[in-house]
Design a protein around this ligand. Structure first.
Ligand SMILES: Nc1nc2c(ncn2[C@@H]2O[C@H](COP(=O)(O)OP(=O)(O)OP(=O)(O)O)[C@@H](O)[C@H]2O)c(=O)[nH]1
Length: 323
């Protein structure tokens, strides 16, 4: 079996069983693996209830994966409201031109690319939302002058960062909602947060919700690389292997210079050796010998895999779009 197939098989198995130990009896563990902590089904139920009061849906997704992993359950719901797709983390990814075309074919005609850490393009959102809402029926809310927006998306794509960025730009106010590098930071559907004075705009942050069933194994891997699924559920070593496969396939060889490799390699253990040496990732290992125990320093491959993933997520391995 080719290496990448073995990697993908293990990922599917892990996603299926929910935990690395294959504890299939634990429904909670399975739902955490598939949907993120505390996000489903209670989160989805709460979102549905709040949806009645929303004038517009702002779907935030990671520009690393503009096509993969968008939640079809959410897309079903999207049909009834004006919809804006925000592709965030544009500082880290470089989408191909066809991606926009494919998104248009999927019915996403309003797309904004943002970097919520540097507030790039975030100013475009409120005017666009105002235009979309005013050109669509608001039924019982027709008289109201305020806009209510629901922010949705899979875990860790930057929904809370977007809300904080909007508040910084329009209200000169600080954080209203917690941000974190791990999926599942936002656990409950929060009360409305004001993000703009004129027009009066309120947002509702929601917990990240993953699709109930992932389309294929690669989608699962891509979501894991983007931090939508907790690393330990898939395994850092497997994720690092898939990342190396994608980097080589897209001829992004920045890792060679960063970690001092003389040439490109598709052997993850070989690459992680260089990562561990460059970053000094060593561990003490007790070796049993005939004359007593000896402590030896060995390369720490797990720590190296973790650092390799972190480098990708921080954009140090190049601007990469996984789709
Ligand atoms: N480089 C970069 N990082 C970003 C950007 N937006 C958000 N992040 C980072 O992405 C991580 C997740 O951001 P959050 O705003 O917590 O994402 P979320 O979608 O609210 O996450 P959940 O609460 O898990 O659903 C954090 O480490 C942010 O700092 C961006 O535009 N560029």
């Amino acid at each position: 079996v080719p290496d990448e197939h073995r990697v993908l098989c293990r990922v599917t198995w892990v996603l299926w069983c929910g935990t690395e130990r294959g504890n299939t009896s634990s429904l909670k563990a399975r739902s955490v693996a598939r949907f993120g902590h505390g996000a489903f089904p209670q989160g989805l139920r709460q979102m549905r209830a709040s949806l009645r009061r929303a004038d517009c849906l702002v779907e935030v997704h990671d520009l690393h994966i503009p096509l993969s992993g968008r939640n079809p359950v959410l897309q079903e719901v999207l049909g009834i409201r004006p919809h804006l797709l925000v592709l965030n983390k544009m500082d880290l990814a470089d989408p191909r031109q066809q991606v926009l075309e494919q998104l248009r074919q999927q019915g996403c005609s309003h797309v904004v690319f943002t970097d919520c850490q540097r507030d790039s393009n975030v100013k475009k959102i409120v005017p666009l939302v105002a235009k979309l809402v005013s050109s669509s029926p608001r039924y019982h809310r027709a008289e109201s002058t305020e806009y209510s927006i629901m922010v949705i998306g899979v875990p860790n794509v930057g929904k809370s960062s977007l809300i904080n960025s909007l508040r910084r730009l329009h209200l000169k106010k600080g954080k209203a909602t917690a941000v974190g590098g791990e999926p599942g930071v936002t656990r409950v559907v929060l009360t409305r947060i004001q993000v703009c004075e004129t027009p009066l705009v309120y947002l509702v942050d929601t917990p990240g919700v993953l699709p109930p069933k992932l389309a294929d194994m690669e989608t699962g891997m891509k979501l894991a690389l983007c931090g939508a699924i907790r690393d330990h559920l898939v395994g850092e070593d497997i994720m690092a292997d898939y990342l190396l496969y994608v980097l080589n396939r897209q001829q992004q060889f920045g890792y060679m210079e960063r970690y001092g490799l003389p040439e490109a390699s598709d052997n993850i253990r070989h690459v992680l050796k260089y990562v561990a040496v460059t970053l000094g990732k060593m561990q003490k290992v007790k070796v049993l010998t005939g004359t007593g125990n000896v402590n030896m320093m060995m390369l720490n491959y797990s720590a190296a895999a973790y650092e390799f993933l972190r480098a990708f997520r921080a954009g140090h391995l190049g601007r990469l779009t996984l789709d």
